[in-house]
Design a protein around this ligand. Sequence first.
Ligand code: N01
Length: 499
Amino acid sequence: MTEHAHVLIIGTGFSGLGAAYRLRQRGVTDVLLLERADDVGGTWRDNTYPGAACDVPSLLYSFSFAQNSDWSRSFSSQPEILEYLRRFARDNDIYPRCRFGHEMLESRWDPEELRWHVRTARGEFTGDILILGAGPLSEPSIPEIPGLESFEGVMFHSARWNHEHDLTGKNVAVIGTGSSAVQFVPKIQPKTAKLHVFQRTAHWTMPRWDRKVSRIERWLYGRLPAVQRLARYAVYWGRESFALGFTVQPKILGVARKVSLRNLRRQVEDPVLREKLTPNYAFGCKRVVVTSDWYPTLTKPNVELVTDGIAEIRPSSIVTADGTERPVDTLIFGTGFHATDFPIGRRIFNGEGASLTGRWQDDPGAYRGTTIAGFPNLFMLIGPNTGLGHTSMVFIIESQLAYVLDAVDHLRRTDVTAVEPLREPQIRFNKRIQRRMRRTVWSRGGCSSWYLDEQGRNIALWPSFSFTLRMATRKFDPDSYRALVRPLAVRSELAAAAR
Ligand code: N01
């Protein structure tokens, strides 16, 4: 049997839960959330690796409309964030609207009915509006390395941590040294017999000024939410200054660069190791990793930082380009995610049968990061060019939600059934983004990063301050959209079928 909801939401992370909550605030309750896993939480449910935590301050990492006065540390751990999201879903009655185990396999726009047909692993759904909240960092990326399939030990990705596998006394190889690896490597190092960390590119680091949040602070935030809001603003504006460096004047980042190099000097005595860890591109070009225990961990006697490229993986070893073979019984990928190829786009089809991925081949991008020409009533949270390297993605999600809600209100206020952005405004919008992108450190900093797609275009990040994205998504702008109206006959047919 096909279940219908006015709004279908894919995913139950910050995006999906935030969408369900805000829609309900506006009186839209006919909503279903389709979730592939068996609980809410998104990336904070999936990333359970040791040491998983947020590298954005806790004060910024909750919904502005559901601040958490109870964070125990200034940078929250994954279990605490997951518990926050579960509590949020419980307190706001979102769980009954969730369909767990329903991985979205295919979504097709029906140009006659003017609605979405969604097939999941467990059922069929229709929806007038489809909100994508699956997140760009949900599909782990495992590199193709010769011989990988021959490996006979245990291997897993950081976002699918194998907690059954005890690392005590093991010869472990970690591939990748990004934001995830710098969190779990220091946690697993004491257990392992030998830990080989394979680094392709050195990352710039910033210390993680983590501390316990005092009881007095928590009490104050609980009693006087305005004080917490003030503290939140202060942290927000402090971090916005990074956007100035990333997108306008990279020279401003000189201070941060010095802090990073000073830490490296202080924490790593060995000049050879220090050299290996010194980035050869501009600060901020790749996402800066936030850590205070990465460098000290790499100096431990059982740790080796390997910078020679991996030539081959054998059943129980890894061979590097210089011919050295290292025995390995556990292989952990800290190799990131399919961030710019949006794998979910292969499952979404418009009325002409074209997939979103196909459409994006020549012209990736969305209008205001949220809607896509040719795909009516599809709203993508954390869509193309909405990412940030310096502040909280929750801020961006809330900004986009304002736009989506305004669009939903527009549909309710008028007799319009569906809207899709016109091609011209979308092209203009993305040209502006790419023009601005040219002067950012991500384009000029001399590095390659997951921000860039195969053609070298940055379709991940917003090339300005986050508040400018908030301004761009403040209000739905119907003039930039084509309006579709469901004919009366189709309306009657659908109504009759629903009875
Ligand atoms: O992944 P990454 P991540 N051979 O893509 C290397 C968010 N996040 O999971 O730099 C060898 O950053 C790759 O090398 P290189 C955050 O947005 C947030 O760590 O490309 N190495 C790199 O070192 C972050 O940016 C939090 O040369 C290979 C690493 O793998 C995003 O998630 C916490 C390789 C991948 O680093 C992803 O972080 C954690 C190959 N073939 C993560 N392929 C918060 O706290 C890749 N690498 C909010």
